[in-house]
Design a protein. Structure first.
Length: 154
């Protein structure tokens, strides 16, 4: 069993077939018993990414509806969803000054660092940050997080 934090670029692979989809699906199997954390903003990001694919004719509306239904079920029942707090916003502001990341990526990083630190106080040391964004992974590593990239598993 592992403790995983998925950003949106990593988690998206569960709902739309891309490089790394099989690896992500395997990490998220209930039988593996991984604890899976996500940021609350991931709900917005995943929904937006799926709908952008519909608009760009890369995903049918039917397939998008199926993906959104599966994501909503997982969001409500499978994932441990971490809300944005004023403490995390303050940490995110500092991270935004250190790393040239997009706003939501910085927010994902701030939530992941906060979650990792809280869990470490309880003795959890097997925390892995999962993202398909190389710049975000570089920043996460610089912040002391163990990272993995689903794109490394074709």
């Amino acid at each position: 069993m592992a403790v995983l934090f998925f950003d949106s670029s990593g988690l998206m692979k569960k709902y739309v077939i891309e490089t790394g989809t099989n690896w992500v699906v395997n990490q998220l199997r209930p039988s593996v018993k991984n604890d899976v954390f996500i940021a609350s903003i991931t709900g917005i990001e995943i929904t937006s990414a799926i709908m952008r694919r519909v608009k760009g004719n890369k995903l049918s509306r039917t397939d998008a509806d199926k993906a959104l239904k599966r994501f909503k079920r997982d969001f409500d029942k499978r994932f441990i969803v971490i809300d944005l707090t004023s403490q995390i916003v303050e940490a995110g502001i500092l991270l935004a000054q250190k790393y040239p990341l997009r706003g939501y990526d910085t927010t994902q990083l701030a939530i992941a660092v906060n979650t990792c630190n809280r869990l470490a106080k309880g003795g959890v040391t097997n925390f892995t940050f999962i993202s398909a964004d190389n710049a975000l992974n570089t920043a996460a590593q610089a912040e002391g997080l163990t990272i993995d990239n689903p794109n490394n598993y074709p």
